[in-house]
Design a binder for this molecule. Structure first.
Ligand code: FES
Length: 177
């Protein structure tokens, strides 16, 4: 699933393009170039991968090959509500994978992906340090312990209600100007 770049991301890509020139064209600049993009955009969109490939005169698949080798790089933007499901040992034993599956089904995306409205992304993480609460999921900044499949729906719904509230306030604010 390919997400469309936002206007802000497009203009950041222009800045990145200029910074790539400063970085140089040696093949050894590939990782620094990817790190630069990830630091500016928080992920590596296909447009940026193509840009790096052209800049270094290598193929896009070579860029992907290197980027996927390191798990510091992500290929989808983090959602406004990033969902991180813990699959460390304690959480795994208590059914963390079932929680992950429930988030995937509810949000209709797979782990590592982001919803089209960029509201949610799902990632699996290793131990988040509160094994006594296993299984654990982190939504945004909030840790949710003793997760159950039935809690997944509530958490997603709450985040969607928050989103609607934000939009209403924004509209009211915009109308006031
Ligand atoms: S294994 Fe999940 S919090 Fe430790």
């Amino acid at each position: 699933m390919n997400l469309v770049l936002s206007p802000e991301e497009k203009s950041r890509l222009d800045i990145i393009k200029a910074e790539l020139v400063v970085l140089g064209k040696e093949r050894s600049r590939l990782i620094p170039a990817l790190q630069l993009i990830q630091s500016k955009l928080a992920y590596l969109p296909p447009e940026a991968v193509r840009m790096v490939a052209e800049h270094l005169n290598i193929s896009s698949s070579e860029v992907y090959g290197v980027a996927t080798f390191y798990n510091q790089f992500r290929f989808n933007p983090p959602g406004r509500n990033p969902v991180k499901v813990c699959l460390g040992t304690a959480c795994h034993v208590k059914g963390g994978d079932i929680i992950l599956e429930n988030f995937e089904r509810k949000l209709e995306i797979k782990e590592g992906e982001t919803t089209l409205d960029r509201e949610f992304s799902i990632d699996r993480v290793a131990c988040v340090g509160c094994c006594a609460l296993a299984p654990v999921a982190v939504v945004g900044e909030t840790v949710h312990g003793h997760m159950q499949p039935s809690k997944v729906e509530g958490l997603v719904l709450r985040a969607r209600i928050e989103k609607e509230k934000r939009e209403r306030e924004k509209n009211r604010h915009d109308a006031g100007h």
